[in-house]
Design a protein around this ligand. Structure first.
Ligand code: FE
Length: 187
């Protein structure tokens, strides 16, 4: 399918029907504007509002829809909260299933065979590649996404953010922290 898509894209570009830059712009939009910012709002709300956090952890699809984020690849969402004891890392070992409504389109590495296999075999090694070192006492749970269920990781709230507004908090929530390959930024 990937080869077919690439072949189709190259023909369309060759014939002048699509601009590669336009395709890149669409991907960029999903990666930087539409996607992860939505998820960051969800995370910031759950950090700020205990009742919302409870709803998010018990029925993520509805809780995310409360903020207006619904659509394809977001129909069956599960939110997983990271704690000092348990760190969730999301992968789709089969292909590239990803929660588009909250994170946009998946990054290239998420779709790579290397990530998909190593995330399962050596999650700590994968995290190290991303610059994340967790204490030995923290258990890592690798979550295998499917086309049926997609995960949003709720990273730990950084220290030193007491009393922050949701907007300020959301700015600390990176895309990778919601996949589990990163942590929320420190203020
Ligand atoms: Fe998949």
């Amino acid at each position: 399918m990937a080869a077919r898509t690439e072949a189709l894209e190259s023909i369309l570009v060759e014939k002048g029907y699509v601009e590669p830059a336009a395709l890149d712009a669409i991907v960029e939009t999903y990666e930087h504007d539409v996607g992860p910012r939505n998820g960051a709002k969800v995370v910031a709300r759950s950090w700020s509002d205990p009742a919302y956090r409870k709803r998010l952890l018990s029925d993520a699809t509805s809780a995310i829809a409360e903020l207006g984020f619904t659509g394809r690849a977001g129909e069956h969402m599960v939110a997983l909260e990271n704690t000092p004891r348990l760190h969730h890392l999301v992968v789709c070992t089969l292909c590239s299933c990803y929660p588009w409504t909250v994170l946009g389109l998946p990054p290239t590495w998420y779709k790579s065979p290397a990530y998909r296999s190593r995330a399962v075999i050596d999650p700590r090694g994968v995290l190290a590649d991303f610059g994340v070192t967790l204490p030995d006492a923290t258990r890592i749970a690798v979550q295998d996404s499917t086309s049926e269920v997609r995960y949003l990781v709720v990273p730990m709230r950084p220290e030193g953010t007491d009393g922050w507004t949701e907007d300020r908090l959301a700015a600390l929530v990176t895309r990778d922290s919601m996949i589990g390959t990163g942590l929320a930024m420190s203020p």
